[in-house]
Design a binder for this molecule. Structure first.
Ligand code: FES
Length: 148
């Protein structure tokens, strides 16, 4: 939907010679307190997608897909084994330790460092790919909204 808007948006596009904003679909996801109450990592379902809200300790709450780009396992799941950790503004997959930058989704360091190379990148079976990210913001009331 194209609308004129003076409200801040995370991404805008200029269409033709007019400055029309392609507005975001800000969706309320959770409160900052809820994320803090879950140790800085909270998974929510937004529009059919499982989204991980992660506090990187830099004042921002990041929103990324909760599905690892390697095998699709949850970065933060329901079991104690599937609890990815936030390290240096990255979410680290609990399965094979791939670290994804929370801001960009890019892989930081080695792809699947705990797997033998032949099983990670070898043979092109599971090529290195980034994690989907979503713009997020925190309202004055402490509510986290995600552009999804
Ligand atoms: S499933 Fe996440 S790195 Fe392999």
């Amino acid at each position: 939907m194209l609308t004129r808007s003076s409200a801040p948006v995370s991404r805008c596009e200029t269409i033709g010679r007019r400055n029309l904003n392609v507005c975001c679909a800000w969706t309320k996801a959770a409160s900052k307190a809820e994320v803090a109450g879950k140790g800085g990592r909270l998974v929510v379902e937004l529009k059919g997608q499982r989204v991980l809200l992660a506090d990187a300790g830099d004042g921002n709450i990041y929103a990324v897909s909760n599905k690892c780009s390697h095998l699709g396992l949850p970065l933060v799941g329901k079991t104690a084994l599937l609890q990815g950790k936030v390290v240096d503004k990255c979410i680290v997959c609990p399965a094979h330790n791939t670290a994804y930058d929370l801001a960009t989704g890019q892989v930081k360091g080695k792809w699947c460092p705990t797997l033998p190379e032949a099983l990670s990148e070898g043979f092109g079976l599971t090529p290195k790919k980034p994690l989907p990210t979503f713009a997020s913001r925190v309202t004055e009331a402490g509510e986290i909204e995600v552009d999804i």
